[in-house]
Write a protein that binds this ligand. Sequence first.
Ligand code: NAP
Length: 274
Amino acid sequence: MSTQPRSADRTVVVTGASSGIGRATARGFAGRSWRVFGTSRRDRPDEHGVTMLRLDVRSQDSVASCVDEVLRRAGRIDVLVNNAGVMHSGIAEETTQAEARAVFDVNFFGTVRVTAAVLPGMRARGRGHIINVGSLAAWIGEPGEAYYPASKAALARYTEALRHEVRHRGVAVCSVEPGAFVTDVVDASSNTAATIADYDGLRERARETLNRSLRGGGDPRKVADLIVRIAGTRRPRARYGVGPEALLVPRLTTLLPQRLVEHLLRRGYRLDKG
Ligand SMILES: NC(=O)c1ccc[n+]([C@@H]2O[C@H](COP(=O)([O-])OP(=O)(O)OC[C@H]3O[C@@H](n4cnc5c(N)ncnc54)[C@H](OP(=O)(O)O)[C@@H]3O)[C@@H](O)[C@H]2O)c1
């Protein structure tokens, strides 16, 4: 990575900084003397050099007032880390459209809303970084969690397109795609309100597999360190995998024959057991 000179007066906004990857990232920036604004839906005390502001990425008004507040206090936003996100587990047929939309409203449209509010200032100044926290899940549709990977795949394609659109305006856009990391998301896995008996066995196996993988995950500070490094890079790559499986799975899904990839996944979830 080619790095930019470090500057104590650079300002970063990290959405969803009350826990997990966002909290570690906000603290990581603060530890390197950045001016850091973190966000949460609730009032939270400032700590570890992070100024906490209220933000619900589902609300246009909330986004506008949060971004206005940062600009009023700091004058500009150099780096935006779109990290706020929710997990959702549920069999596709059992998930209502309202439940599916709720996942997209945070993971996809939440990032779109915050980006739309921050981007004009970055374009006007001819510089800025937007780092979108996607997921390894974007690479492969796994049973029992259709809408989470769908929202992250949508985010990945949006991020790629935006990257091309604003590159010549001096704004660098990229995705960070973590594998499994131990955060509050482990306990936040939500179920659908309705269930269909035909899926009872599969639903249980899918939940077990997902929770096992999240519990065995890495330390979120690893993701935070990567994000802080990217923010200091003049020309970031389009995407960064982080965590062992996030480096391996994208390679395997592109190199191995599709039937083999599907076979391995079906075996992992014991799908052919009914
Ligand atoms: N942990 C993993 O293994 C993993 C893997 C791949 C990708 N990711 C991604 O990493 C990001 C952070 O997840 P995490 O694992 O650190 O989970 P987490 O500990 O549950 O943190 C999620 C953060 O998002 C915020 N948030 C949730 N809904 C929000 C909304 N409507 N508006 C604004 N903020 C909202 C939460 O803040 P408040 O509740 O305080 O508002 C919280 O700070 C997510 O985008 C997730 O998809 C995580």
